[in-house]
Design a protein around this ligand. Structure first.
Ligand SMILES: Cc1ncc(COP(=O)(O)O)c(C=O)c1O
Length: 340
């Protein structure tokens, strides 16, 4: 089942968030039994939360409309006013969420440089933990991300990071918006990548094809505090089963196929290299291209939707197939061959 853009002949490589619900997913949404989730009696939301918790090795899960809200509720669950979290400069929870932890949670970030592979140097993390002294914010949380910039980080790193956090009594949060991509890229089970974290945020609307929805996973206490934070951040949705049904469909049908997106990213990267472009990746479903001036405009003008910028990120997903990739490559080659 292809999305509306593909039907219109457009190839949308801007993000894996651009997918449209398939006919089968839409049917599941239409047919979902509903209730009021603020009362906790939407059966489809409850089924999604139980299914995701079981699938990823947690006792509790909570549905949010977005990954941004889920990450922020996690920060607020782990940290109080005047406390801080250690986080990568490139992490979504630091760089791309409008400073929500500081603005709404009164939580101070302690950003550290990400290494080229996306990890944080654990010696730097340890050195950044503040002593118990009234001059300093209390360091409470280590927040990591997988995948980060499309790069999948292996379990071995998390074993070391979680050991450090435990020894220094920090809580741990994983922004696992694309943890299923990480698992597919590494050839492991997503549950193995989530193990040991106090909370994990997993998006249903990135690569998995749902129109909205993010799950926060944790134990009863973490999720209890996150539920309160969710209320502060705007509250729960009522008959959210329409969203949850899409999420259930996504988890049941669209996880195993992520390897196809990675293969398409590989095809895209190789084709661009063959055409003489400077390419980084693929990292799971993402390819980065050094974009010459006028390249983005050329692509968009020929029906290949991309975002601008000198380091162009191209993302594969379930609404782009190998034929779409070949179309994108033909347009890219035409740019190369254009007389200038
Ligand atoms: C790694 C990561 N975390 C969190 C988010 C936030 O998700 P949302 O757009 O649903 O708020 C994104 C969005 O692209 C993301 O890439």
């Amino acid at each position: 089942m292809i999305g509306e853009n593909a039907k219109a002949g457009l190839v949308d490589l801007r993000s894996d968030t651009v997918t449209r619900p398939s006919a089968a997913m839409t049917r599941a949404m239409l047919e979902a039994p509903l209730g009021d989730d603020v009362f906790g009696d939407d059966p489809t939301v409850n089924r999604l939360q139980a299914h995701a918790a079981q699938m990823l090795g947690f006792t509790h899960a909570l549905l949010f409309p977005t990954g941004t809200q889920s990450n922020l509720a996690a920060l607020m669950s782990h940290c109080g006013r005047g406390e801080e979290y250690i986080v990568g400069q490139d992490a979504h929870t630091y760089r791309y969420e409008a400073g929500g932890g500081a603005v709404l949670g009164s939580i101070q970030p302690q950003p550290l440089a990400n290494r080229p592979d996306g990890t944080l140097d654990l010696a730097e993390v340890e050195a950044a933990i503040k002593p118990d002294d009234p001059h300093f914010a209390h360091t409470r949380l280590l927040a990591l991300e997988n995948t980060i910039g499309g790069r999948a980080i292996a379990r071995q790193y998390f074993d070391q990071a979680l050991e450090l956090a435990k020894r220094r009594k920090l809580s741990t949060h994983l922004d696992g918006a694309r943890v299923f991509n990480a698992a597919a890229g590494l050839g492991v089970n997503a549950r193995d990548l989530c193990r040991g974290f106090d909370s994990v945020s997993v998006c249903l609307s990135k690569g998995l094809g749902a129109p909205a929805g993010t799950l926060l996973l944790g134990d009863e206490a973490v999720i209890g505090r996150a539920r309160r934070a969710r209320k502060i951040l705007g509250g729960a949705m009522r008959q959210a089963g329409v969203i949850a049904a899409a999420g259930l469909y996504a988890l049941e049908h669209n996880v195993a196929r992520l390897a196809e997106d990675h293969a398409n990213a590989e095809r895209l990267a190789q084709g661009l290299r063959d055409a003489g472009f400077e390419v980084q990746g693929p990292h799971t479903n993402m390819v980065f291209v050094h974009a010459p001036e006028g390249f983005a405009e050329h692509m968009v003008g020929n029906g290949i939707l991309v975002l601008g910028g000198p380091r162009m990120r191209l993302v594969t997903h379930l609404d782009v197939d190998a034929a779409g990739i070949d179309r994108a490559l033909a347009v890219a080659r035409a740019f190369r061959n254009k007389p200038r």
